[in-house]
Design a protein around this ligand. Sequence first.
Ligand code: APR
Ligand code: ZN
Length: 253
Amino acid sequence: MNEDKVEMLADLIRDSQNIVVFTGAGVSTESGVPDFRSPGGIWDRFDPNEMTFQKFVSSRQSRRKYWELFHVCWKEFQGIEPNQAHRAIAELEKRGKLSAVITQNVEELHQKAGNSAKKVLELHGTIWQVRCLDCQAPYPWEEIFNLLEEGEEINNCSQCGGFLKPATIAFGQQLPVHTLEEAQKRSCSCDLFISIGSSLVVYPAAFLPQMAKESGASLAIVNREPTPFDAIADLVIHARAGESMKTAVELAR
Ligand code: APR
Ligand code: ZN
């Protein structure tokens, strides 16, 4: 049953020249990275209500919890490698078919798989940078990681006293405006929008598949579980991203 659908995805890819691939944490689970909302995911281990931007700036205790989450992520994400889904998406760029990869992910596996940085729109930032919230001074994540390993508190910015924070977007924090505008522009001008490994429940990112569809693109969703946008999609594949994308891109030659 999924074989037929993967062949249909290959047909859509073959017939498209201006593809937007949209990814969520589910595209990286086969690289050993936990997603957020599956059983055992990040929000099973940390309380998302503690991880809002408002909490981060208002309470030292919440900042401690936030750094605890990043301590775990930096420890678990070191040494992760792209999987066959990331490589299939990089292949689409090699074939000149990719308009952009719009990702909610923060671990930079798309770039590691071979997508050029200019093609990757990171809506939720990156885990591999730490910056001062006030003066934007950069701090090497490795230094912060080592302090956390030694059980040290993370001090404020040595230049202006502002709070240091990983360069990811927390709930309630403004997304990078230019990146979001570019993502909306690409979504409204693509001929095929493929959402891979996202539960499509977090906005404004989850508006993008609908914007693409309303602008005339074909919408394909590859996700292990149903999403709220399955009903408007032209094609839905409830299967693992790695095998589905590898096979679809191979068949689309
Ligand atoms: N293949 C296909 N789908 C998968 C796989 C896989 N190997 N592994 C997991 N999935 C699916 C899950 O079934 C789930 O529906 O990927 C989806 C991941 O959903 P979430 O965990 O909600 O992740 P995501 O959609 O990226 O979350 C969006 O929420 O917490 C915030 O900022 C965080 O960027 C994140 C945003
Ligand atoms: Zn500063």
